[in-house]
Ligand binder design. Structure first.
Ligand code: 4AD
Ligand code: MG
Length: 467
């Protein structure tokens, strides 16, 4: 509404005209002749205190309102020097938009995140989730701003797809074939019916799935626009019940032509720093809240990251470092193994103590499309690891040589016909190109200090759970 000046000596007269605010009651307490209501109107992080008294004709009705009720208050804004809040509204009128019942689940007390996960339709009305979802929105905006300012074209890649980009077999199938329907009215077993089902009878007349990544389609547009990015939902039927895995999550996937792995890492580092800067500048109240109540030291850490270089280490060097500490790990490392979260976190939290890029992974633990290095054992891949989380970005330079790509696809048993469009790119004006995927929820976790992916996406879908 206004900026209080530092010494707090703004004149009350300046604010004496009446203002009107609609919001939801966070708490209400009354005595015989007056009462206080704290409301959240959703437009900023802070709550607003309303003072009302028995000069209002509906004083008794107001006092009976429940927490959660929606009201509209008109009154004068008055400064309250020395009080917890800098100003309050002295109500001339309190109208009830919609009362709430007394069983409203968000009474004024601390609720555990576990409990709040059971009421995802209401949890955005609490401080923590107000802060989280406003910051989530700001990060999304910052990401678009970052890429648009640099001339990237935003591409909407399909959600329903016929190819498995990552080749990990973690796709949710999309089908209109209905086993229940076929079972009706005959005594065949589900297995028999399944044998009779044919993809030719299915909606797309072929096997289709929800996308795990928009990269392959993104690459085709990067070979037309030079610099593109995607920003959309992706789906993985990964059987990982962890605090960092969701079955439905959002991913940002830039793709740049005439570019190599070095350009890719530079872009990723610039993007992360840009997001941090934007959020620190535009969500001060929320970030201070996270720093005080969720993750002490968050602001200091982010400020430091913003102003220093990310670390760099090759996979082979990383394995050498980790091997020395094998007795500390549940999974022992050796060259060729995939890095587990415990290893990723050890590298970024204990060894480097800042975000790092791990590069040049063995080809056998990475996807088919990554560019083979001269050693023919590793690929031009990079993962960005951050303290507290581990991997937030996975990227690579892409194999742009037709023959090498087809050789790799054959080794992995991929169906060339499904990837004809992708192979075409290597025939018609192939360029060096690279890209990466930023896991949006992991990025939100990193910026807020929230430690469970279920608490940074409005309606989390995780293995065994869809609330
Ligand atoms: O490392 P990933 O699998 O890479 C790709 O999908 C590439 N196609 C990206 C590219 O080069 N265009 O996934 C990228 C990021 C991970 O680093 C992680 O942050 C996030 O996506 N991610 C998940 N986030 C939440 N839940 C899951 N199950 C995730 N799987 C990956
Ligand atoms: Mg990855």
């Amino acid at each position: 509404l206004f900026d209080l000046n530092e010494s707090g000596d703004a004149k009350i007269d300046e604010f004496s005209e009446s203002i009107t605010v609609g919001g939801w009651i966070r708490s209400i307490r009354d005595s015989k002749t007056f009462g206080f209501i704290s409301i959240s109107d959703g437009t900023c992080f802070k709550t607003l205190q309303i003072v009302y008294d028995d000069t209002l004709p509906n004083f008794k009705d107001i006092s009976k309102l429940n927490v959660g009720a929606a009201i509209i208050v008109s009154g004068r804004l008055v400064l309250t020097p020395g009080a917890k809040q800098p100003f309050e509204i002295q109500a001339d009128e309190v109208m009830v938009e919609g009362n709430s019942t007394s069983d409203y689940p968000l009474q004024k007390k601390r609720h555990s995140f576990e409990y709040l996960r059971t009421i995802p339709h209401l949890r955005a009305r609490t401080n923590t989730f107000q802060a989280t979802f406003r910051v989530r929105s700001l990060i999304a905006y910052a990401i678009h701003k970052f890429f648009q300012e640099r001339g990237f074209v935003y591409v909407h890649t399909p959600i329903i797809t016929g190819s498995d980009c990552e080749g990990a077999g973690e796709m949710f199938q999309v089908t209109t074939l209905n086993v229940d329907e076929l079972l009706k009215g005959n005594n065949k077993s589900a297995e028999d019916v399944e044998k009779e089902l044919s993809y030719e009878d299915d909606f797309f007349e072929k096997k289709t799935s929800l996308t795990v990544s928009g990269q392959l389609d993104g690459e085709t547009y990067a070979q037309a626009f030079k610099k593109i990015y995607t920003f959309g939902p992706t789906f993985r039927a990964e059987n990982s019940n962890t605090t960092r895995h969701a079955a439905e999550f959002w991913m940002i996937e830039p793709e740049i032509s005439y570019a190599d792995l070095e350009d890719d890492m530079e872009l990723a580092e610039d993007m992360i720093k840009y997001i941090i800067e934007y959020v620190l500048d535009n969500a001060k109240d929320e970030m201070e809240f996270f720093n005080s109540f969720v993750d002490k030291g968050l602001l200091e850490r982010l400020n430091h990251v913003k102003d220093s270089d990310f670390g760099r280490v090759t996979y082979t060097e990383a394995i050498d470092i980790l091997k020395e500490h094998n007795d500390e790990f549940t999974y022992k490392v050796s060259w060729g193994c995939d890095l587990q979260t415990e290893h990723e976190r050890y590298l970024t939290e204990t060894v480097f103590k800042k975000p790092i890029f791990v590069t040049d992974y063995p080809k056998d633990i990475k996807a088919f499309y990554m560019k083979l290095n001269d050693d023919e054992k590793t690929v031009a891949a990079m993962d960005c690891l951050v303290p507290g989380i581990g991997e937030i970005i996975g990227g690579s330079q892409r194999e742009d040589d037709y023959d090498k790509l087809i050789k790799r696809m054959k080794e992995l048993g991929l169906d060339e016909n499904e990837y004809k469009f992708y192979l075409d790119l290597r025939k018609y004006g192939s360029t060096r190109h690279a890209g990466f995927g930023l896991g949006f929820e992991r990025c939100v976790m990193y910026l807020t200090g929230m430690s469970n992916i279920r608490d940074v996406i409005p309606y989390p879908r995780t293995v065994g759970s869809l609330v």
